[in-house]
Ligand binder design. Structure first.
Ligand code: ADP
Ligand code: ZN
Ligand code: ZN
Length: 673
């Protein structure tokens, strides 16, 4: 047995330093062990990077480690990937080690046997389907693909999930395991149920909504090899699963794959690192791939596989754009366009169901004229400006542009400038009124958004109720857009499609993806025709034309050309250095200190397309002030410049002026709020 352990400890240190401890002969400690060690006067958690018979520490100053957790350790693969992950995302070892062993596991206790409660809903009956030619080709190509990355682009309802399942079946038959990542918790119970129906008890689920004991049990089942299929949200990419035969990222374009709180990482990159390690394929699936992924597929880095038809041959529903400015000018100030309302009532009277979708993201921050549809845009960046309530200004989140909130619309002179959210509650109330006026008194109006689905199981209950009642209306936000398969849904209406166009170079991409997903909820069964209405104040916006025609390639061409012209990813790299703390003068001092070498660097090398420092859009969160340095870096200079920026941050962190602040480093962050 080795005599010394090299330990990374859980303390606020800005580097990746490790400390040597002696291993008491009574303890069994290996690389990857979770240990407790004395540090100063305290006992502190630590992770063993390596064990050895030698140490550079003097024999009389080295201390023995105190304890080791039995049964819980980091797999050799993840330990080996640690330096790579940290280098890629500029993270500290300790933060990533804690991702490998979540706190619910490290400090957790098992739940008593038999108490494991996994939802058994919605589509229990699972039949085996015969794959069509495109699906079959996808499965065979992936399985023959070694460690390649595949982009599986398939229209909504084309049977991507079936492709995943067939791949997994074959992977299991070869004695290997599979990791399936899904966007967010909203989707997990349904996906899990269908995987359980197909594969039984070897499926484990890992996500943040599990109770501690459940998470502990599931994690252990994976770690010990009892579970051979792991399904989970973002953090499950670190699942302690060995012998991987395939990694699948469903709805790969989804923003939730990028963490926007510390530690910040991109799930795809971790999955690809693991795929390389295991020599196994990684499949990125989507109806609307992210621009970056499609770009990489076009470049040949990913292999593109396409499913062009819905599996049951039901055509995609026609999409109608509704000009809401025109509705207002014609005297209709209601939530729904006139044709939409008539069609909705007709659908319900015919006994079918409808979904009403609210694009809430960022909506409360954008400003628009209800009369002509004007929105406040930044002159330099072609993104919407964001309303800041505290100083009544419109600001661009990508440059320094600002404007006072205009008293009148600059385009038409009207005074109906609107900001603020339309809530799902308001829509439900309005709908109930409209339905009762039309004599549809018993039609349930169900609501689903992040506010009313926090409680465990509530989401499932609402979905079940909606699936079991027809006619019914489901009103919701992003949460109802994805994945769900409700056979009786014949009409989908997007109330405020423009809600997503806010201060973000990815706004068009996100809107395209979201609306395509939403549209895909309608008319999924033979016998329903499906109707989709998109209500907008900008009916001529190019995104809507491409959505309406289900034209992803057209959208991509347009979008990638714009990214190239304006120098946004993948033609540039954005870095944000976020500084937060309780004393804003301290933060400003830190920011100023960091800006000096950055400006020097830029003066010598012209590496930045843009470099600036500013208060964050959310200038204060949870009582902490927030400021940021924003940099857009020329792609040919990206690697060197990011390394330099990291050095600047690390140097600053160790100075006394940085003692009371936290500094976060983000590469191509998903949002800049
Ligand atoms: P996606 O994930 O691409 O949206 P799904 O995998 O959920 O699509 O498939 C949509 C529906 O089509 C499901 O009900 C599924 O069972 C069915 N399906 C998938 N593949 C086939 C097939 N080859 N033959 C018949 N039905 C299929
Ligand atoms: Zn106007
Ligand atoms: Zn700007």
């Amino acid at each position: 047995m080795a005599k010394y352990a090299q330990v990374v400890i859980d303390a606020v240190l800005s580097d990746n330093q490790s400390w040597d401890y002696t291993i008491p002969p009574t303890l069994s400690v290996t690389a990857g062990s979770c240990v407790t060690v004395p540090f100063g006067k305290r006992e502190i958690d630590g992770y063993v990077l390596a064990v050895s018979d030698q140490t550079k520490v003097a024999e009389d100053s080295i201390k023995p480690l105190t304890a080791v957790k039995t049964g819980i350790s980091i797999k050799p693969e993840l330990l080996a990937l640690l330096p790579q992950i940290c280098a890629k995302f500029k993270l500290r070892y300790i933060d990533v080690l804690k991702l490998f062993i979540p706190s619910a596991v490290r400090g957790g206790k098992p739940k008593r046997n038999g108490e494991r409660r996994i939802p058994e809903y919605i589509h229990k009956a699972d039949h085996k389907v015969v794959l069509n030619t495109e699906q079959q080709y996808a499965v065979e190509t992936v399985l023959a693909g070694g460690e390649r990355v595949f982009l599986l682009k398939g229209v909504t309802g084309s049977g991507k999930t079936e492709v995943y399942m067939h791949i997994i079946e074959r992977v299991l038959a070869a004695g290997k395991t599979a990791l399936v990542l899904v966007p967010e918790i909203g989707l997990t119970p349904q996906v899990l149920a269908s995987f359980k129906a197909r594969f039984g008890d070897i499926v484990a689920m890992l996500h943040s909504k599990l109770y501690g004991g459940e998470k502990f049990d599931e994690w252990l089942r994976v770690s010990q090899g009892a579970a051979r299929i792991v399904i989970g949200a973002r953090s499950a990419v670190f699942a302690p699963v060995e012998n991987l035969g395939a990694i699948i990222i469903d709805e790969e374009h989804d923003g939730s794959y990028q963490s926007d709180s510390n530690p910040r990482y991109q799930t795809h990159d971790i999955a690809i690192m693991r795929g390389k390690w295991h020599h196994c394929p990684v499949v990125l699936g989507s109806a609307t791939p992210s621009i970056e992924s499609y770009y990489l597929a076009k470049q040949g880095q990913y292999q593109l596989l396409e499913l062009t038809k819905r599996a049951n041959a039901v055509p995609l529903p026609p999409i109608t754009l509704v000009d809401m400015a025109h509705e207002i000018r014609s005297g209709n100030g209601g939530i729904f366009g006139r044709e939409v309302l008539a069609s909705l009532l007709q659908t319900l009277k015919a006994g079918n169901s409808a979904m009403v979708f609210l694009n809430r993201r960022g909506y409360s921050q954008s400003v628009r004229c209800l009369q002509c549809g004007w929105t406040a845009k930044c002159e330099n960046c072609d993104v919407s400006m964001v309303y800041h309530r505290d100083d009544e200004q419109l600001k661009c989140h990508y440059c320094a542009a600002r404007l006072p909130f205009p008293p009148r619309c600059p385009q038409c002179g009207g005074t109906y400038l609107k900001h603020g959210a339309m809530g799902t509650q308001k829509i439900c109330a309005e709908l109930e009124k409209l339905l009762s006026q039309a004599g549809l008194i018993n039609v349930p109006v169900l609501r689903m958004d992040t506010d009313n689905t926090q409680g465990k199981g509530t989401l499932v209950k609402i979905l079940e109720k909606f699936a079991n009642s027809s006619p019914a209306v489901l009103v919701g936000t992003q949460m109802i857009a994805k994945g769900h398969h409700f056979p009786r849904v014949d009409l989908v209406c997007v109330v405020n499609a423009d809600g997503g166009f806010v201060a973000d170079y990815r706004a068009s991409e996100r809107t395209f993806a979201l609306l395509t997903q939403v549209a895909g909820r309608a008319g999924r069964e033979i016998g329903t025709t499906g109707k989709v209405y998109i209500q907008t104040y900008m009916p001529n916006h190019y995104v809507y034309k491409f959505v309406q025609n289900y034209d992803y390639p057209g959208f991509y061409q347009r979008e990638i050309a714009a990214r190239q012209a304006t120098k946004y990813p993948p033609y540039a790299t954005i870095v944000r250095v976020l500084v937060s703390g309780t004393v804003d003068t301290k933060i400003i001092e830190v920011i100023k200190t960091m800006m000096v070498p950055l400006r020097d660097y830029d003066a010598q090398r012209s590496a930045f397309i843009y470099l600036g420092a500013m208060k964050c859009p959310y200038g204060r969160l949870q009582n902490k002030f927030r400021y940021q340095i924003l940099a857009r870096i020329r792609q040919d200079m990206a690697t060197a410049t990011i390394d330099f920026m990291e050095q600047v941050v690390r140097n600053t962190e160790t100075q006394s002026l940085a003692r009371s602040v936290k500094i976060f480093f983000e590469i191509n962050p998903a949002n800049l709020s």
